[in-house]
Write a protein that binds this ligand. Structure first.
Ligand SMILES: [Fe+2]
Ligand SMILES: [Fe+2]
Length: 175
């Protein structure tokens, strides 16, 4: 990859330093998702009220994050896997796998929502959901971000961040 000199890098950045790029936005959500999973799982014996409130926050965040991430980030990257510009077959496979992992998380979230927290399957399913999410986040932040950075120029990573923030906010507010 072409390395910019420090002065070129300053000129090529179209957004102020205070604004996140798409990777920083996604990472911030991932951190919150992981923290909520840990909080819910550490409350095994705890009160149902807090656990239900934390799960409902996790459900809202994961749903808004995954749908907006698919629409803004995955679909943009998918365009780089098609046509004459396509050069990374791995990226396409990786994206398809990521969609499936979102699907598994969605299904578990629906199943957990239909159970009473006193049901022993409730926490078992939350544990599996947490493992699925942690695995997905780890792969996303290492492999997928690395591949994305080869395709997206800096300006695009900032534009996608604004689209992601607006789209996610709309979904959270509609919830
Ligand atoms: Fe993500
Ligand atoms: Fe994802």
């Amino acid at each position: 990859m072409k390395k910019h000199s420090s002065s070129e890098a300053l000129v090529s950045k179209k957004a102020p330093e205070s604004e996140n790029d798409i990777y920083a936005d996604l990472k911030a959500d991932h951190k919150e998702i992981k923290a909520l999973c840990t909080k819910i799982r550490s409350n095994r014996e705890g009160d149902a009220l807090h656990v239900v409130r934390d799960f409902s926050a996790l459900k809202a965040l994961v749903t808004a994050h995954a749908r907006t991430e698919e629409r803004v980030f995955y679909e943009t990257l998918m365009q780089y896997t098609e046509g004459a510009e396509a050069h990374d077959d791995d990226l396409k496979h990786f994206l398809f796998e990521a969609y499936e992992e979102h699907h598994v998380a969605d299904q578990l979230i629906q199943e957990i929502s239909s159970l009473d927290p006193s049901d022993p399957r409730w926490m078992a399913k939350v544990s599996v959901l947490s493992e699925v999410l942690n695995h997905h986040i780890e792969e996303e932040e290492s492999d997928l971000f690395k591949k994305a950075k080869k395709e997206l120029v800096d300006a695009e990573a900032y534009t996608l961040a604004r689209e992601f923030e607006d789209g996610k906010r709309e979904m959270m507010e509609a919830n």
